[in-house]
Design a protein around this ligand. Structure first.
Ligand SMILES: [Zn+2]
Length: 432
């Protein structure tokens, strides 16, 4: 594919105009001001897109989500996290089968690509359905089966642990690497200490990344300190070796200085989920304190059950605004910094090194933004417009590994009417 005369957000977060960008197979092979050599094979006409009114930028890496939870959109409103989980979410989740998870995940894949997301760090169960949805949609995901076990029995006998192992053995690296399997602990408060240790050991032995919920609510931290003689969830995970592999820790709202030191020293990535934290009234992650420690911070939507959308533009803006608010400094959360969290840092956190920026040799995970739209004008500071003025409506194209999945409102790989019909039959409102 050749994009002609197009604006791009380059790897240094600079806007360049009148650029030619070429992709071959799944790779970006040319970025420059001159038109590259056309294909030698005259019979094979090269596909091209006229870039007038469009800006290319790297797609977004959603750092924390539960894709099947689109089935629960709008269900169980008005409850705080623990009540919400125990009274609404867990009872519905007991009814789910593989097909439900497949259709719910497909709806999230459709929504994600329409908002410019190219890859998602996902956590759920019935991962066959999730993996199939990712493959069928053409998207990328780090999937994981989260372990939850409070039985005090041997963790290796627990069904969730066995399913985590099954997920790794069945789906690691499939779809030409589009799927990466991570280890996963659901959270400190849903696991006993032997299970936390067992998941950490499994991740170390198999060289896996680990995805967890961490310090999401004040109650989680208070109860952990009560159970474990005063130590925080971060300290508990540290002493069990969880941070001895690369970890993405979602939320991290309730941290103290010692916790931040640990996350810094162990190079943990924090996936901030500002909308979910606000909606469940869990609190506000102090992103600038993490940035000041040199901790990598990425952005997650969380599930559509607690957000309730996967609109990554909304997520970026609220992430930025809360950072300004918490620091009491409007100069913080520069647009470049926010886009870095949303793109290249998210890709690094997923272990996708050749992704997340428009650079020759990188994977072509690219989105096109309509810069003719009213909210993108005037165009003197397009980077600021992307974070603070644009909305998901401005996404014109989403490309993953060089393949266009979404263009001008059309879902190329998905039958969206069929997906809506199937999800409509299987939603929490229909079943409960
Ligand atoms: Zn979550």
């Amino acid at each position: 594919m050749l994009f002609k005369n197009i604006s791009i957000l380059d790897e240094n977060f600079q806007i360049r105009n009148n650029i030619y960008l070429k992709t071959e197979d799944e790779i970006i092979t040319y970025i420059g001001e001159k038109c590259p050599n056309q294909n030698q094979d005259k019979d094979k006409e090269e596909e091209s897109i006229d870039g007038k009114g469009l800006l290319l930028m790297p797609g977004f890496y959603n750092s924390h989500a539960h894709s099947p939870m689109s089935l629960l959109r709008g269900y169980g409103e008005g409850l705080e996290l623990h009540e919400w989980l125990n009274k609404k979410i867990f009872p519905f989740e007991k009814t789910l089968n593989r097909e439900d998870v497949y259709w719910g995940s497909l709806l999230s894949m459709a929504e994600s690509m329409s908002y410019g997301i190219v890859s998602t760090t996902d956590m759920y169960f019935l991962t066959d359905g999730l993996a199939k949805a990712v493959l069928d949609s053409g998207m990328k995901a780090n999937i994981s089966r989260s372990v939850s076990n409070m039985s005090q029995a041997n963790p290796h006998d627990d069904i969730t642990f066995k399913e985590m192992v099954y997920t790794n053995e069945s789906f690691q690296g499939i779809g030409s690497g589009r799927i990466i399997v991570d280890a996963s602990l659901h959270a400190e408060y849903t696991n006993d200490e032997p299970t936390i240790k067992a998941v950490a050991d499994y991740a170390i032995e198999n060289n896996l990344r680990t995805h967890i919920h961490l310090a999401e609510t004040e109650r989680e931290v208070i109860e952990c300190r009560r159970r474990y003689g005063g130590i925080s969830p971060v300290e508990l995970l540290l002493r069990n070796g969880v941070f001895d592999v690369k970890v993405t820790a979602a939320h991290c709202v309730w941290l103290d200085d010692r916790d931040r030191e640990i996350l810094r020293d162990k190079k943990v990535t924090v996936a901030s989920c500002p909308v979910s934290n606000l909606k469940l009234a869990s609190g506000i992650c102090d992103v600038n304190k993490l940035f000041d420690e040199g901790i990598r911070v990425t952005i997650g939507t969380d599930g559509a059950s607690s957000n309730n959308s996967l609109n990554f533009f909304e997520e970026m803006k609220i992430f930025a605004l809360l950072g300004k608010y918490k620091s009491k400094n409007p100069a913080r959360m520069k647009a470049e910094e926010v886009i870095k969290s949303a793109t290249i840092d998210g890709a690094i956190a997923q272990g996708r090194e050749a992704c997340g920026s428009l650079k020759v040799g990188n994977r072509a995970d690219i989105i096109a933004i309509d810069i003719e739209s009213p909210s993108m004008n005037p165009r003197d500071n397009l980077i600021n417009n992307i974070v603070y003025s644009s909305s998901g409506r401005d996404v014109r194209m989403t490309m993953v590994d060089g393949k266009i999945l979404y263009k001008d409102g059309e879902f190329i790989t998905l039958d969206i009417e069929k997906i809506k019909y199937e999800v409509g039959k299987r939603s929490a409102f229909q079943k409960m």
